[in-house]
Design a protein around this ligand. Structure first.
Ligand code: SF4
Length: 218
């Protein structure tokens, strides 16, 4: 891609991310525009300073920031159900503890330019902790998660672009994990079971949304 084209695309996505941040603020979220993932990592590490227990919602966007080591070095307790080798019972315990941790870190499947967070979950631990429970919640949204349009368009994005590769990543035996297309399956391993739309910040929760002008996660 030509340098000038790259610049213009970057400018355009910055405009959309910044407009989304303003809409999120109108919907009572704490929201920040950040130019890079590195800035998002700095923001999260600053916000983590007072937290002892830190929960991870299973997001690739968060995993890509490589926060595990700096948080461990700072003496934090990490609640990550995705750690290899956990038994199903141990995973369940970790997911339950995420619901009341000091800081919960998660991505979002979509954020609309109108300032709503839209997600589809299989277990429900992630969306549940996004709404109420943890002392503080940080939601990371790369520019690829910004949807110009309504909730229906956000759900379309999730079914078309997010759920099939996520099903494949999680090694689920769903049709989309093979074909790349959603067929609204009846698979026992279906990962699309709960839809949440957070239209405005829930009144008792402290939610920060970081909108980053880079592609992050699926
Ligand atoms: S409904 Fe089934 S086929 Fe569609 S994205 Fe979800 S898991 Fe895949």
């Amino acid at each position: 891609m030509q340098e000038r084209t790259r610049e213009l695309n970057k400018w355009l996505s910055a405009q959309k991310c910044q407009a989304t941040v303003e809409a999120l603020k109108r919907n009572n979220f704490k929201a920040s525009y950040l130019a890079t993932g590195a800035e998002a990592a700095e923001y999260i590490l600053r916000e983590a300073a007072d937290a002892q227990s830190i929960g991870f919602g299973g997001s690739l966007s968060v995993a890509d920031l490589k926060l595990t080591q700096p948080l461990l070095d700072a003496g934090k307790e990490l609640l990550n159900h995705g750690v290899a080798g956990l038994t199903p019972e141990q995973k369940k315990t970790v997911m339950r503890r995420q619901q009341s941790c000091d800081l919960f870190l998660t991505g979002t499947n979509a954020v609309t330019t109108g300032g709503s967070l839209v997600n589809i979950d299989g277990v429900g631990n992630r969306v549940s902790a996004m709404i109420y429970g943890p002392e503080k919640i940080i939601v990371l949204a790369g520019r690829n998660k910004v949807v110009e349009g309504d909730i229906g368009e956000a759900l379309q994005r999730i079914h078309n672009e997010s759920a099939p590769p996520n099903a494949r990543r999680l090694d689920k035996k769903t049709p989309c994990a093979q074909s790349g297309f959603c067929c609204d399956c009846d698979s026992p391993e279906r990962i699309c079971r709960v839809i949440t739309v957070i239209e405005r910040k829930p009144s008792a929760s402290d939610i920060h949304v970081l909108v980053v002008n880079e592609d992050m996660g699926l």
